[in-house]
Design a protein around this ligand. Sequence first.
Ligand code: NAP
Length: 257
Amino acid sequence: MSVKGKIVFITGASAGIGAATALAFAAEGARLLLAARRAGKLSEIASAALARGAEAVHSIDLDVRDRRAVQKAIDELPEEWSAIEVLVNNAGLSRGLEKLYVGKIEDWEEMIDTNVKGLLYVTRAVVPGMVVRGHGHVVNLGSTAGDLTYPNGAVYCATKAAERALNDGLRQDVLGTPVRVTSVDPGMVETDFSLVRFRGDSERASKVYKGVKALTPEDVAEVIVWATSRPAHVNIARVLLTPVQQANSLLFSREES
Ligand code: NAP
């Protein structure tokens, strides 16, 4: 199935995996609906996407944690942007790396509100239209963290375990319609993810990737585009991808420097 001319809605499109996914769909000639909070970054990605071949781009300044804003953004889409074919639920983040019993409750709330509730709000706003139109594809960003909890990361891992349950649940609930549901679950991807987790501490963030050739955001984007361009009767339920130097969320083979 070609995504050329199809409307692809990507949350968290201002950086990392979301931005790379926007550019990968742009190269296929898709029409891109891009959402994130940082309007400036989003507009840079929008220009790059047009240069890369996107048929058109429409950007939305959106915080997925704001339930009403999410519904309003979808309800008020210009007519020519309303038939969303592919939804990529990518917006997400981690905050802090601490033992659960001393973790910051504000950090937990931010992760749960974004990674779980935000994903639910966007899904709830977009999927009814897909069911009515009789086609659509939801791609959720999971993680190896959803398979296996790592120490000091229990709440982030729990949000990704929740994503897995929601992905499976949605796939069951759209059964009988042509809507497809896929979870793309990467291991370590080098993005701003760790910089966000450590609130701008770049030294600490760079140590996360030390001695490992991490996945690039483009590696993940390629899988997302692949999953959405299978023939209409094929549903890719889940793709788990890691760097060769990573076996799971706990086990790495790091090169000594
Ligand atoms: P990133 O480079 O930090 O990008 C995160 C994106 O999410 C940004 O565009 C950010 O945009 C957006 N975002 C965060 N909070 C948001 C909110 N409340 N409303 C709207 N957008 C929001 O991180 P990334 O690595 O690309 O992460 C993307 C997804 O992949 C996340 O779901 C993450 O959990 C998952 N993932 C990452 C890795 C990894 O190793 N990097 C591995 C597995 C899974 P604004 O700040 O402009 O809003």
